[in-house]
Design a protein around this ligand. Sequence first.
Ligand code: APR
Length: 313
Amino acid sequence: MARKKIALVGAGQIGGTMALVLAQKNLGDVVLIDIPMTQGMPKGKALDIMEGRSVINSSVDLQGSTDYSAIKGADVVIVTAGFPRMPGMSRDDLLDKNCGVIKTVAEAIKENAPDAFVIVITNPLDAMVYNMQKQSGLPANKVIGMAGVLDSARLACFVADELGVSVEDVKALVMGGHGDTMVSIMECVSVGGIPVSQLMSKEKFAELAKRTAGAGGEIVNLLGRGSAFYSPATSAIHMAEAYLLDKKSVFSCAAKLNGEYGVNGLYCGVPVVVGANGVEKILEVKMSAEEKAAFDKSVEACKKNAEWVDAHT
Ligand code: APR
């Protein structure tokens, strides 16, 4: 059986990190793509990882290219093409710049890898994944956005820190748009199976939820240049693995809603089941009245950006 092929469109900070993680996991052959202006950069990153494979017990093949045709026949395409945030910028500030980039990439996917499972990371996430599905015409179950896995992981990290427990034992769920309006669902956070509500006050949880919503910005300010890349990379690979290994994994991601949560035709962060058929199910969770109101507000923010995309494409 031929090895799986994973195309990474955008070979920058997140793209390069994903290539390394994919090689470490032996998940499949990797092709790194970037724009011609970057010259040998994608090839250089691929070769750098190739040369270190014997010490990470990896035998996958890695290639770099500035030609989209190199993604031909990819099983999974992960898109980070575009511009990251700088200090003082919100994710929405990238809307105009990244919309055109996604259109170009969507057309290349449609032409070269129409059967691929596509994971979009480019921000503003919910609008860019909406744009990707619209422009590529791929089925909605095969196009998702990476945000909820990362936001939930960030919340899990803060909960574990606060309680002084292993982060491996914390399960968390963050829903809604990948921006200031995201919603941490307290009832869906557990620590070794114990509901977090039995271990901390609602006020303390709200504090951690607030830090989660601003966690990307916290990193942007610390880095001074660019945005988070290690945790976005590992989060996206977690999602690709669910598809490639038909794991039926449950996680939050930007998925196209078709009546779920009373929303139609919009991408927003919700828990899904992902296996060999892409998004196999969207799960509807019970929220408190307060959480539902916050989720509805977050949906409104996604809607506003999707309308912007519609008006400009
Ligand atoms: N096709 C392919 N690659 C492109 C294109 C394009 N049309 N346009 C830009 N790129 C490349 C850039 O040349 C750059 O190498 O995308 C890469 C993006 O990498 P970085 O600038 O290092 O950004 P990164 O930190 O990886 O984040 C990428 O993900 O989390 C989001 O907000 C973040 O939108 C940003 C994206």
